[in-house]
Design a protein around this ligand. Structure first.
Ligand code: NCD
Length: 325
């Protein structure tokens, strides 16, 4: 017998957090330009707050459950840091083998358990659609920290925030995405988030790892422009953003296929000599050889700043979802 879903969530009028109070965060498609501006503005304030005071008590008394069914370093720890810097508490559940999930508990029951203890649930899961399913069962807000090959909305928000901080705007840029565009959820979300920004997309991947047709269609339907390439040298001179990704080994059922495409791209200082002076190199990390360590010295290498921005964006989101402006 199927358990009963959570009742529809009654939401108070929300002019303060731009409609984010009490909401699940499952896809970047939820974010209007006004909501994005709001989150970016609050993230700027969170940056100032952390620099001046280190922490605040905005979310004192609130608890976040951090439920990760897949490995994570940055997303997991930056959500925890965000909650703790705002005075909240965290229930971290990383090794699901130590929880009841390993006893066969369903996702529905796990989230309905955690919401008895927490005010918000952050969830990473290997199956696309599973975070939406969890949100269906939970009556407290669920924030996606990545659902398989689906989306990684908070990463895309911090990516867009980084682009805006580094280059001053999101509109009209030429954005090159390099690597595993098929399985990489970060590039799926970022492409969708930039759809209405008049961006020219340059998708660079081996044929096996092309951007999924569904997302290419979304770009076309939005009137956007994209081209596809196998060689990064074809686009390096024109891009404002070079967004590099790791080949997602864990998504391959046949590892010989992985071996064929692994190591297809390496960004080096020599390659960057061909790039514009004002551009940024980004990567959601972890990197496994796609960008050499020498590139880190280049002022255009933004991936460590990008990672730092993740804390401010997640602080802004947690505050908004929990109704604190
Ligand atoms: C990414 C992810 O998990 O999708 N990492 C992250 O969240 N910063 C990218 C990756 O694992 O390659």
């Amino acid at each position: 017998m199927q358990p009963n879903p959570a009742p529809a969530r009654p939401l108070p009028a929300d002019n303060v957090t731009n409609g984010l109070y009490g909401q699940d965060i499952l896809s970047v498609k939820q974010f209007t330009p006004a909501m994005l501006d709001y989150v970016f503005r609050v993230a700027d304030e969170m940056n100032t707050l952390v620099e001046r005071f280190g922490s605040a008590d905005l979310l004192q008394g609130k608890i976040m459950a951090n439920l990760f069914y897949e490995p994570s370093t940055r997303t997991s720890s930056s959500f925890m840091a965000a909650m703790q810097r705002l005075g909240g508490q965290v229930i971290p559940i990383n090794g699901v083998t130590f929880s009841s999930v390993s006893k066969g508990e369903s996702l529905a029951d796990t989230v309905r358990t955690l919401e008895c203890y927490a005010d918000v649930i952050v969830l990473r899961h290997p199956e696309a659609g599973s975070v939406a399913e969890a949100a269906h069962w939970a009556s407290k807000p669920v924030i996606s920290a990545g659902d398989g090959v689906g989306e990684h909305p908070t990463q895309a928000l911090l990516d867009a925030y980084t682009i805006r901080r580094e280059l001053g705007q999101l509109e009209g840029l030429t954005v090159g995405m390099v690597g595993d565009l098929r399985f990489g959820r970060t590039v799926h979300s970022l492409t969708r988030l930039l759809l209405d920004r008049n961006v020219k997309f340059r998708f660079v991947s081996p044929r096996l790892l092309r951007m999924p047709e569904e997302i290419r269609d979304e770009v076309s339907q939005a009137g956007g422009e994209f081209t596809e390439h196998e060689d990064v040298a074809e686009v390096i001179g024109e891009v404002d953003v070079l967004y590099v990704t790791r080949v997602q080994k864990e998504r391959f059922t046949d590892l010989t296929e992985y071996e064929k495409v692994n190591g297809a791209y390496t960004i080096t200082p020599e390659l960057l000599q061909e790039a514009k002076e004002e551009m940024v190199v980004m990567h959601p990390l972890p990197r496994v050889g796609e960008i050499t360590y020498e590139v880190d010295e280049d002022p255009r290498a933004a991936y460590f700043r990008q990672m730092q921005n993740g804390v401010y964006i997640r602080m802004a989101l947690l505050a908004a979802v929990l109704g604190k402006a």
